[in-house]
Design a protein around this ligand. Structure first.
Ligand code: PLP
Length: 515
């Protein structure tokens, strides 16, 4: 049965508009005289031009008022804890709460990166072993945890490629980085930032790298190839060993974009496929929160010959103590302050430890099963097609096209995505990969059960039926969400966005003046 959905809507004022300035939300006890004197001393250390002359205008709210405010706001939000979230390529899986509990322990939150390494042996041990586990999982020699995201790791990977070719006296000659036309936009962007010229190779009829085109693209100018496997169509690049041979025999390096690692966890390792550099999106594969541009982590793994280029410091273990090693003359330098996003990394450590080797393998099995189950349920819906060999099994995700539906009804992938919100589902990724017109990229992950997948498939069927029978309805969607249909352009334009309380106040003033 298609579910009814109506997202909570609260006409909620901002926290600064709540409360009453004649009330006090909280009264701090008066500090003892010695402490008052100390605070006075500290105050004097702050230069007068940046010292506050008036107390800040904090909202005066009691604890329960604050709780109500944020609870109401949380009901206007949507997340994996609330429902299906098939945002393709992003692996929006459930983040177990035990990970959050561990990352909030005072032993974790109260340590400081400037502490002497002797006093932070515990976290160094966690990070050291996380590096070792990720090396084992990906089949790489050494792993570095510093990059803050996949794109950040791609940039680092490109720098490592440069350093490698430079050491071979090849830096200026090897100026080209090859990426397939199915690649994520960050691949060419990171390569360009690192100074490479991007060479795009097309996909063949089966949705894989076209080997003939790859051979033609490769030359003595090739620095390397960036590839994700399975690729963004959810199809496993079966010729990966051949691809590795082509790249390596030309003197280039093979970079693995690990965004799709979920599909092959414990089954096959990028290192064994021939990749020299691998990144892991911790916030995708390893169950840590993801989204809103918040902190993630994108550890990078390399083969033995590239280990000397990794960022410093490296965490080393002498059999007794952990310490930070800065003595790496070939290192590309630092890519991020301190050790990376430690709280996120700790959650991944907990996730791996709680699942174990068998559990990790089951992730791959169930996520692939779920994706192929959805393929079976969605295939044959009038107006939708599954480009690139319908009969071929997918890995963790599938990409449908609404091109035919658009031609017949005017209803596009965007309209389907918006209408799904009305039925209480997060939208799939749309218009990516670029090689599929009107793309709907669906990744169910392992976190959702058959009943939810059935409901989603039935809802998709219903929406397509609406497209043929009552397209007007879809043009207005979503109507059941806290925030109804937004103007696509205005919603992402910096001039119309109100990002702070100050901007909001300014806008209110302007609006009042205009009326
Ligand atoms: C998410 C993603 C990236 C970028 O990773 P971030 O961690 O978001 O920077 C790169 N490639 C693919 C295929 C992705 O899905």
């Amino acid at each position: 049965m298609v579910q009814n959905f109506r997202q909570a809507f609260w006409n909620e004022p901002m926290v600064f508009e709540l409360g009453n300035n004649r009330r006090r939300g909280f009264i701090l006890p008066k500090a003892e005289e010695t402490i008052q004197r100390e605070i006075g001393e500290i105050d004097k250390l702050i230069p007068s031009n940046i010292r506050r002359t008036k107390p800040p205008k904090l909202p005066q709210l009691s604890e329960v008022e604050v709780v109500r405010h944020y609870t109401r706001l949380s009901q206007m939000n949507y997340g994996v804890d609330l429902g299906f979230y098939p945002l393709g390529s992003c692996t929006m899986k459930y983040n177990p709460k035990i990970n959050e509990v561990l990352a909030e322990l005072p032993g974790i939150t109260m340590i400081h990166p400037y502490q002497n390494e002797e006093t932070v042996q515990g976290i160094l041990e966690v990070l050291y072993w996380l590096e070792r586990w990720l090396a084992e999982i990906t089949g790489m020699y050494e792993v570095c945890l510093q990059p803050a995201a996949g794109a950040h790791a791609e940039f680092l990977g490109a720098l490592i490629m440069r350093a490698y070719h430079k050491l071979n006296g090849d830096e200026t000659k090897r100026s080209e980085l090859i990426v397939p036309d199915s690649a994520h936009g960050t691949n060419p962007a990171s390569g360009t930032m690192a100074g490479f010229k991007i060479v795009v190779v097309p996909s063949d009829n089966e949705g894989c790298v076209d080997l003939k085109a790859l051979k033609e693209a490769v030359s003595e100018h090739t620095a390397g190839l960036m590839l994700t496997n399975p690729n963004t169509l959810g199809i496993f690049e079966r010729n990966i060993e051949e691809i590795a041979k082509i790249i390596h025999s030309s003197g280039g390096l093979l970079y693995y974009d690990g965004a799709n690692l979920n599909a092959i966890l414990g089954k096959v390792r990028p290192g064994d496929m021939g990749f020299d550099i691998v990144h892991i999106n911790i916030h995708k594969t390893f169950g840590t929160p993801h989204g809103g541009g918040g902190p993630g982590a994108g550890p990078i793994g390399v083969s033995e010959q590239l280990a000397k280029f990794l960022p410093i410091p490296r965490i080393v273990f002498d059999g007794n103590r952990y310490r930070l090693d800065y003595n790496r003359p070939y290192s590309v330098g630092k890519i991020r302050s301190f050790y990376g996003n430690v709280a996120v990394l700790l959650k991944a450590y907990a996730y791996i430890l709680s699942l174990g080797a068998e559990g990790l393998e089951q992730i791959a099995e169930v996520s692939v099963l779920n994706a192929n189950y959805l393929v079976k349920k969605l295939r044959g819906i009038k107006g939708l097609t599954l480009p690139y060999d319908e009969a071929k099994p997918r890995k963790h995700e599938c990409v449908f096209s609404a091109e035919r539906l658009k031609k017949q009804t005017g209803i596009s992938a965007l309209h389907i995505a918006k209408r799904l919100l009305d039925y209480g589902f997060h939208a799939p990724t749309i218009y990516f990969p670029l090689i599929v017109k009107e793309a709907l990229m669906i990744e169910p992950t392992e976190s959702f059960e058959k009943e939810t997948l059935d409901k989603f498939a039935e809802t998709m069927r219903k929406i397509v039926k609406e497209a043929y029978e009552n397209p007007e309805k879809l043009l207005k969607a979503p109507e059941n969400t806290a925030v109804p249909r937004v103007d696509e352009v205005k919603a992402s334009h910096p001039r119309t966005m109100t990002l702070s309380w100050k901007m909001y106040q300014q806008k209110l003033k302007e609006m009042r003046n205009n009326y």
